[in-house]
Design a protein around this ligand. Sequence first.
Ligand code: GAR
Length: 200
Amino acid sequence: MIRIAVLLSGRGSNFAAIHEAIAARALDAEICAVVSNRDDAPGVSRARDWQYAAHVIDNRAFASRADHEAEVLRVLEAAKPDFIVLAGYMRLLSTRFVAAFPNRIINIHPSLLPSFPGVDAQKQAVEHGVKVSGCTVHFVDESLDAGPIIVQHAVEVRDDDTAESLSARILVEEHRAYVEALQILARGRYRFDGRRVIAS
Ligand code: GAR
């Protein structure tokens, strides 16, 4: 059983998928905190409905990025998570923040990294004309969308896809991939071989 803290900024469908997997006993985890930088994030309403400890820490209320992060860190340290799960958290994390939780921050990105890091990954994939895209669950290190990969799921890009239609099909795989990756962490049966994450 691992304790996870979920950080989100919006819809929270990945958070919902994780919640449902825990409820269905498909994931041996417990959500110990949900943190959002936006009070109006639908993910926050879901967290409250499901009676999780939901913390809104609005970055606009802080004088600097460092002050905002310090408050997020304070809340996370009190919640004592084993892993911090980024689920559509649209804030860049500083080196200091990442260093506070080495190999314990997990992110999902809607492309097959290292292709299409950054924003609008699905639009980038359609515009580039790739035939296959997908999603990546990875450990967060100090570089953007580049840490060691835990799970990837591929999704075909169709000739008539738009960024929206591709996003919808990738999202279905995101929900599966996130649960699969977290279950690898929950079992504790993985090791690092350089950049490679070897699950057994
Ligand atoms: C997901 O598609 C996730 O991959 C993406 O934000 C969306 C959040 O959806 N994250 C990134 O692009 C990170 N660079 P959700 O709020 O419904 O989980």
